[in-house]
Design a protein around this ligand. Structure first.
Ligand code: GP9
Ligand code: MN
Length: 687
């Protein structure tokens, strides 16, 4: 025993030993911080393992630099690095407490909103235990000061530091590989900063963030104000006159945008086990005052939900890699639906039962001009209330009503559901239709979660009816993207009855629901081909807002001039006559490879698609909207927005005064929540 202690103490008295000790202590303190100061959502053994070990490679690399030096300065260097890195960790702890997200370069450099919001309240939010993260630095200093550990000042054989650095790189490689195997496309899709920290650690996240920001900023800083000219010209030459018959029919109405997670069009009117999967949506779909589209496509890329949101509210395409909400949402200029409507007298709010950092919504929504963002921390949480990425739809929609009734009217409210999300799991007590029997386990639960989503919409619509909100609202429902990807063609063949379900079929099955429901609207099922990029121009026309000078890549779906070539993010497309997948052109009607289509026609269609995609990319990558003067539109200043719960609640409370326009104020401040009927089993005891 004595010998072991002796050899440990001997080892610690070497510089290498001290470095290893520093890495060890640093790792312990990050585990403490990860567990107690952040909410990383670590699930399962791989994630736990990675969370524990992820500081090791980078700290070994950083502290290992001390091994290249000699003398006391190598120890001082290590302690300074340790201290500075801890200050950074500490700042992140404080920022996280306020914003449930990590600090990024853009936040620190650009908007100044960090210093704005944090500086003022720093004393208010710091907790004594936050300082615990400095303990390891203190311990190291004391160990040296009291000569418990002696400094090893001689120069090391050069092989040792090189070996340590190589080991660090190797370990990082292993960390990354394991992370990617648990969550593929971790770095390319970048859904959520929490995920990168959980898998790779805070420091790696910072490096990653710096590289990404430098890259995006380089493109932005090269862009000139004249770069917008060619885009403006394209818009002018290709402007589609909206359908005047529908202009302004929804003027002044509340707008609900209901995001139906992963819902594909083929679920509409689909029956399984003798039961309609989506009876409530089917009913809306067939109503006379619903404009339903049966050739409406999702056009998302890797950004999935984020791309859908971007297209719907900006009429700009997502990027070919990653999510523009993440790369550009914080600092770029947008002329988005919430800001446009806000300046037209609307209150704007987004609702989602997930953490605010996912898809960088917490920052992007400010750039888009959302007055409110009601995310998971605005809702009562119980373990049982969540599944997958967030709150169960029935509970989420019911609890959203509490805020909806407080919103000054007219409002624009976007509600993002999430239960019908891959891998389509639902607890027993919420299942009310049996699984399909394709034998593909990730597909078979789809009808169950879709059915649950449908029921939640039914309950919500019912409340709109009961409260009278339905009468003065336009309700827009849309599926954001496919639910069943082309990795499951065999199962899709069974669900759809299409033998040999192929790439052509997969393209056709990118159809998602799109419906506009409003009292007195001239509805019916419209067969126009279109997609998510066309939603904003269509809605603006209904709302009586002229989009003539706006940079929007879609056009009014109700206009006779509307182009029916629907672009996919990879350059493929679908039109009523031609479908392109890869280099193959199909006849859309027959599904057969089209050998008759002329080269000229192919190029014409293809060029249109690639031109629009690349012009849209130029707008986003170059942040070109900052150069686009939109008459009557004031550029959004993100500093004017805060999604801090206490602030938002105060603001809402203020709105409930006499003559207030919210539902609640109009009902003499008597809540209408008791009209909300839900059969959510989790809430039965609350009734
Ligand atoms: C998470 C949710 C899911 O907040 O919106 O996004 P997705 O995985 O569908 O892109
Ligand atoms: Mn989605």
């Amino acid at each position: 025993m004595k010998r072991i202690t002796k050899s440990i103490s001997n080892f610690l008295n070497t510089r290498l030993g001290f470095v290893i000790l520093a890495v060890f202590l640093y790792t312990l303190k990050t585990i403490y911080a990860y567990e107690n100061k952040f909410n990383l959502g670590v699930k399962g053994s791989i994630q736990t393992f990675l969370m524990i070990i992820n500081p090791i490679p980078i700290m070994l690399l950083l502290f290992g630099i001390a091994l290249y030096m000699k003398g006391r300065k190598s120890y001082i260097f290590l302690l300074i690095v340790d201290f500075l890195d801890t200050v950074w960790l500490f700042s992140n702890i404080l920022y996280y407490r306020e914003f449930s997200d990590f600090l990024t370069m853009v936040l620190i450099k650009g908007s100044g909103s960090v210093s704005n919001n944090l500086g003022k309240s720093i004393m208010g939010i710091v907790k004594p235990t936050d300082f615990l993260v400095f303990i390891d630095v203190l311990v190291l200093i004391l160990l040296l000061a009291f000569h418990v550990i002696k400094m090893d000042v001689k120069r090391l054989n050069w092989r040792i530091p090189v070996l340590v650095s190589s080991l660090a790189v190797l370990l990082f490689g292993a960390n990354l590989t394991l992370a990617e195997s648990d969550r593929s496309q971790l770095l390319t899709r970048t859904f959520d900063n929490n995920y990168i920290v959980k898998y790779l650690g805070l420091n790696v996240f910072n490096i990653y963030d710096m590289v990404k920001t430098t890259k995006t900023n380089a493109v932005k800083s090269q862009a000139k104000s004249s770069d917008i000219d060619s885009i403006e010209k394209y818009m002018k030459n290709n402007y589609v006159q909206p359908n005047v018959e529908y202009s302004g029919v929804a003027k002044g109405k509340n707008v609900f945008i209901i995001h139906l997670e992963s819902l594909q069009q083929f679920m509409i009117d689909y029956k399984w086990d003798g039961q309609e999967v989506t009876p409530n949506l089917n009913k809306i779909y067939h109503e006379n005052d619903t404009l339903s589209f049966d050739n409406f496509f999702n056009q998302v890329g890797q950004g999935k939900t984020a791309d859908a949101e971007l297209m719907l509210e900006n009429s700009l395409f997502g990027l070919s890699e990653g999510s523009a909400m993440v790369t550009d949402g914080t600092s770029s200029t947008f002329q988005a639906a919430p800001a446009i409507l806000d300046q037209d007298g609307y209150t704007t709010a987004s609702f989602h039962g997930d953490v605010p950092s996912f898809w960088n919504r917490d920052n992007t929504y400010k750039s888009w001009g959302y007055d409110y963002f009601f995310s998971s921390n605005y809702f009562k949480q119980k373990k049982d209330y969540n599944v997958g990425y967030g709150m169960k739809d029935k509970i989420f929609l019911k609890d959203s009503a509490k805020y909806i009734e407080q919103l000054p009217q007219p409002f624009y409210a976007k509600l993002i559901t999430v239960t019908n999300h891959y891998p389509y799991t639902l607890d027993k007590k919420n299942q009310s239709i049996s699984k399909t029997k394709t034998g593909d386990s990730t597909v078979d639960g789809y009808v169950q979660t879709a059915h649950y989503l449908d029921q939640s919409i039914g309950e919500f619509m019912n409340w709109l009816k009961e409260t009278g909100l339905e009468k003065n609202s336009m309700v827009v429902l849309y599926g954001d993207h496919y639910g069943i990807s082309n990795n499951h063609n065999k199962a899709m063949a069974k669900l759809t009855g299409i033998k040999g379900f192929n790439d052509f079929n997969d393209a056709q099955y990118q159809r998602v629901p799109f419906m506009i429901h409003m009292d007195g609207l001239k509805g019916g099922i419209n067969h126009t081909y279109g997609g998510e990029i066309d939603v904003l121009p269509t809605l603006l026309n209904l709302l009586g807002i002229d989009n003539k000078n706006m940079i929007q890549f879609g056009s009014d779906l109700l206009s006779s001039e509307h182009s029916q070539v629907v672009a996919f993010r990879n350059g493929d497309f679908v039109s009523p006559t031609v479908t392109k997948v890869g280099s193959t052109y199909y006849n859309t009607k027959t599904g057969k490879v089209d050998k008759n289509i002329s080269q000229a026609e192919k190029s014409k269609l293809s060029n249109k698609v690639t031109t629009e995609l690349s012009l849209s990319d130029r707008v986003i990558n170059g942040d070109l909207l900052r150069f686009h003067k939109l008459p009557g539109f004031t550029t959004v200043n993100t500093k004017d927005y805060s999604y801090k719960k206490s602030k938002a609640l105060k603001k809402l409370k203020k709105a409930q005064k006499k003559n207030g326009t919210s539902l609640l104020a109009q009902n003499d401040n008597k809540s209408m929540l008791d009209l909300y009927q839900t059969d959510a089993p989790e809430l039965s005891s609350n009734k």
